[in-house]
Design a protein around this ligand. Sequence first.
Ligand code: SAM
Length: 289
Amino acid sequence: MASGPGRPLKGWIHPGEEPAGFARLDAEAFPAFEPGTVWLVGAGPGAPGLLSLLAYHAMQQADVVIYDALVNADILRWVRPGAELEYAGKRGGKPSPDQRDISVRLIELARSDRRVLRLKGGDPFMFGRGGEECQALARAGVAFRIVPGITAGIGGLAYAGIPATHRDSNHSVVFLTGHDASGRMPANVDWQALATASPVIVMYMAVKSAPEIARALIAGGRDPAEPLTFISNATLPSQSVAVTTLGQVGDFLASTPPPTPAIVVVGHVVAWRDILDWYKGSMRENPVG
Ligand SMILES: C[S@@+](CC[C@H](N)C(=O)[O-])C[C@H]1O[C@@H](n2cnc3c(N)ncnc32)[C@H](O)[C@@H]1O
């Protein structure tokens, strides 16, 4: 029986008798990845070391892995040899495959009795269309499991030395997408309310629309001098962080466009970075994390 809350811990008290290191996990009763099912797994923001144990387990069991553009190639190297890899992202400037096509493919593969791993960047349910894919699976009667991942808007901030919340600066945080299904700044957001809702706003897919969003936030009462931070390629050795202000973001983007993908953070919380910026020097040399 696996150990867990309320159960006695396994007593590995005789050195040499039990496996060491990661091999100890082989004795654990991970959930079976049944043929004919789909696991939607969050791959985290980039660094392979940020995968969950369940995500790694799924990568050892899967027959086929359908992965997105933002899944780091170093993570795919950890997929079981022999598993098929299928790309479901944007390629060579061509439009992304239709969301419906991806869902149809997942259903088709599950119905051919494979263990289907849908590997998505960050967390599958955080601006990742995981909900839509699960709806399609549910409608088709295909059993699925969701393995959460570390979302870029949390992991990326941590690697930039910016706490998403801090008792001395903010008691709330808002997550926002910079564009809706039409590709434009979301129209159904109450910008006036949002401007006053939270001291920290973390935005995904928002580099292009940052000036428009900044104008809406300033019109809603936000101080134009408030910091706006871009965290690019978060958690990877190529990570970079750039700080401007709500009032100056348009000029900033025109002169110094940040690399993408990037998370955009609005708020004074970036000031903690002066003390908490830890991902530098030799810390950045290891591509695992
Ligand atoms: C389609 S959304 C997917 C978000 C993902 N499901 C998550 O939970 O992180 C893609 C956006 O996530 C953000 N993103 C993902 N990975 C990132 C990274 N390594 N560094 C910075 N931003 C990232 C960017 O804003 C990018 O445009």
